[in-house]
Design a protein around this ligand. Structure first.
Ligand code: SAM
Length: 243
């Protein structure tokens, strides 16, 4: 792949990603809050609010291990709809399922371990696919995008919430200091795990920016691709349709 982990063989990267998320699964909320000053909760709520997902829809939430997005989607699709949470990592799925069970949100949710690059579903199956803070961890993003397109129904939509490129140069510099200097230390302090936090900062920097991800979606075959920046482009929402 051209993005990230240039010196690490593909199989190794998959193992590394696995280790990172197994080691952070339990500290996951803390990590998100440290990284985003708690704003990730607002981003996620906004993401689902503008997703266009409707009552009765069948939605796949990919890389959805924490259950955060599924918890927001479930009330939208209602009892007639269905939310499938797919994640490559069993530990993350376990954490998400426990958490939503504690909140009484189990009915109509399905959990399945899967790789976004090889989705275990028939063609034309979902009304929408969401992937929040997940695409940047996928090894072969082109392959994953093509497979997402395959399992969407015609007219269905893909929604990607992901870290992107900060637009203002000043904010961008502050952000780099936060990501590379402050975060690994906070990670060490609170989770005794500086490496995972360093990996996260790296993966954010290497992830394709707004324009590049839009091009990748177009190349994969999505139509009407639109980008929306949140918080000055710290994160962006990409939306595309299967025409
Ligand atoms: N969507 C959740 C959220 O926003 O809280 C979780 C995001 S977490 C940063 C990234 C997730 O991507 C992890 O749970 C990880 O296991 C999953 N992941 C990484 N590579 C994947 C792949 N190839 N296919 C499916 N899930 C993957």
């Amino acid at each position: 792949t051209h993005f990230g982990f240039r010196d690490v063989p593909v199989g190794e990267k998959q193992k590394l990603v696995g280790q990172v998320f197994t080691s952070v699964a339990r500290n996951y909320d803390l990590m998100n809050d440290l990284m985003s000053f708690g704003v990730h909760r607002l981003w996620k709520r906004h993401f689902v609010a503008v997703s266009g997902v409707r009552r009765g829809d069948r939605v796949l939430d990919l890389a959805g291990g924490t259950g955060d997005i599924a918890a927001l989607l479930k009330p939208v699709v209602g009892d007639e709809g269905e939310v499938v949470v797919g994640d490559i990592n069993a530990a993350m799925l376990g954490v998400g399922r426990d958490r939503l069970t504690d909140r009484g949100l189990v009915a109509g949710l399905r959990w399945a371990q899967m790789n976004a690059e090889m989705l275990p579903f028939p063609d034309n199956h979902f009304d929408a696919i969401t992937i929040a803070f997940g695409l940047r961890n996928v090894t072969d993003k082109e392959k994953a995008l093509v497979d997402m397109l395959r399992v969407l129904k015609p007219g269905g939509r893909l929604l990607v919430l992901e870290f992107s490129k900060v637009q203002s140069p000043l904010l961008s510099r502050l952000y780099d200091v936060h990501s590379f200097k402050v975060l690994p230390r906070l990670g060490k302090l609170f989770a005794n795990d500086a490496d995972s936090y360093r990996y996260l900062a790296e993966s954010i920097r290497k992830h394709p920016d707004q324009g590049l991800l839009k091009d990748m979606m177009l190349r994969a075959g999505f139509g009407h691709v639109e980008v929306r920046n949140l918080t000055n482009g710290i994160v962006a929402i990409h939306r595309g349709y299967k025409l």
